[in-house]
Design a protein around this ligand. Structure first.
Ligand code: IPM
Ligand code: MN
Length: 359
């Protein structure tokens, strides 16, 4: 086909309900692809809890080499009730983020029309911001250690590590994103969230880097919030936020808060971005083991992750057609929660795909 685009995508369906939602996500990507002359080749990788229980292997280095050959990875969920906490998170998810240098965690917080919001008197016009979470540094690097373990004098540290270039590259991404959103009619405001009143070294590094970079982006309005205050304001006045840039740990916390105000885990998706390398897109809800195989989990978050992946690949129109379809389907389902949608997982996937094909 002339003018057609082709993408090779690595898929890690993962654990629990991951494979079910990824199946619907692929269905929707195929529908959008058909409409916009895009074809996909999906290559599955079986990393996750089941594989770990059989082989004691999380993610071998050989897999990283293979995954680096793709521009994008589509991830379902990692997490298994029989695997102790930490093993899969560190051994698979964080290993992917670090070794593929996915230094941005991108989390759109957008309330679609018709979706129940726990905030009183707030609607879609109030909740439409993006969190740019630094994704490879800070408290997640594992710098630190333990001495005198098991004694009453045990000492443990885990350090918030940042160097200037890590901060700068994250800020630069955030400023550019704010500018791109401004061109689409959004406010063009970037808020740095940190804790400069206590973290006087690492907070100061971020603050100075932010202020310096702001000079190069004079078209962007800048603001600063401490993390504790930002948790209040995103609940009380979410309309104040356009783009938030934030270090890893604080970003982990505020993006879960964001997920709740946009309608919950049924809709929240994120991207782990390496702008020049391999990026990875995932619904953020986890593996939901108790719903596995029941066809009741909401696939919209995985579908949203697919939309983000298309946008990242530069397929803006195809991404927009998924957004329109998701927006429509949000008005059709009774709730975004598992078991309460009024439709099955596959029916929701079908509805989104059919809306795309029919529009
Ligand atoms: C997330 C998750 C991960 C994180 C966990 C599973 C390691 O909570 O993507 O937000 O803390 O980053
Ligand atoms: Mn998290």
């Amino acid at each position: 086909m002339t003018g057609s685009k082709h993408y090779s995508i690595a898929v890690i369906p993962g654990d629990g309900t991951g494979p079910e939602v990824i199946k619907e996500g692929k269905k929707v990507l195929e529908a959008a692809g058909k409409k916009h002359n895009i074809s996909f080749e999906f290559t599955d990788y079986n990393f996750g809890g089941d594989r770990y229980l059989k082989t004691k292997e999380t993610l071998p280095d050989s897999a990283i080499i293979k995954l680096k050959q793709f521009k994008a990875i589509y991830l379902g969920a990692i997490g298994h009730p029989y695997v102790p906490p930490g093993i899969l998170e560190v051994g698979i998810l964080l290993k992917l983020r670090f070794s593929l240098d996915q230094y941005i965690n991108l989390r759109p917080v957008k309330l679609y029309p018709g979706v129940d919001c726990p905030l009183k008197d707030k609607g879609p016009e109030d909740i439409d911001f993006v969190v740019v979470r630094e994704n490879t540094g800070g408290l997640y690097t594992g710098h630190g250690g333990v001495t005198r373990k098991g004694t009453p004098y045990e000492v443990a540290t885990q350090v918030m590590v940042y160097d200037r270039q890590m901060v700068d590259r994250c800020l630069e991404y955030a400023f550019n994103l704010t500018r791109a959103r401004k061109e689409e009619g959004k406010p063009g405001k970037l808020t740095l969230v940190h804790k400069t009143n206590v973290l006087t070294y690492v907070g100061d590094l971020w603050y100075r880097a932010f202020m310096e970079m702001a000079k190069k982006f004079s078209d962007i309005e800048t603001d600063y919030n401490h993390i504790d205050a930002a948790c209040m304001w995103t609940v009380k006045n979410p309309e104040w936020f356009d783009v938030i840039v934030i270090p890893n740990m604080f970003g982990d916390i505020i993006t879960d808060l964001g997920a709740m105000i946009q309608g919950g885990m049924g809709i929240a998706a994120g991207g782990n971005i390496n702008p020049g390398g391999t990026s990875m897109f995932e619904p953020i809800g986890g593996s939901a083991p108790k719903y596995t195989g029941k066809n009741v989990i909401n696939p919209l978050a995985a579908i949203e992750a697919g939309r983000m992946m298309l946008k990242h690949l530069g397929e803006k129109e195809a991404a927009k057609s998924i957004e329109d379809a998701v927006s429509y389907v949000c008005t059709q389902v009774k709730s975004l929660s598992a078991c309460k949608m009024g439709y099955s997982t596959t029916e929701v996937g079908d509805m989104v795909a059919e809306y795309i094909s029919g529009s």
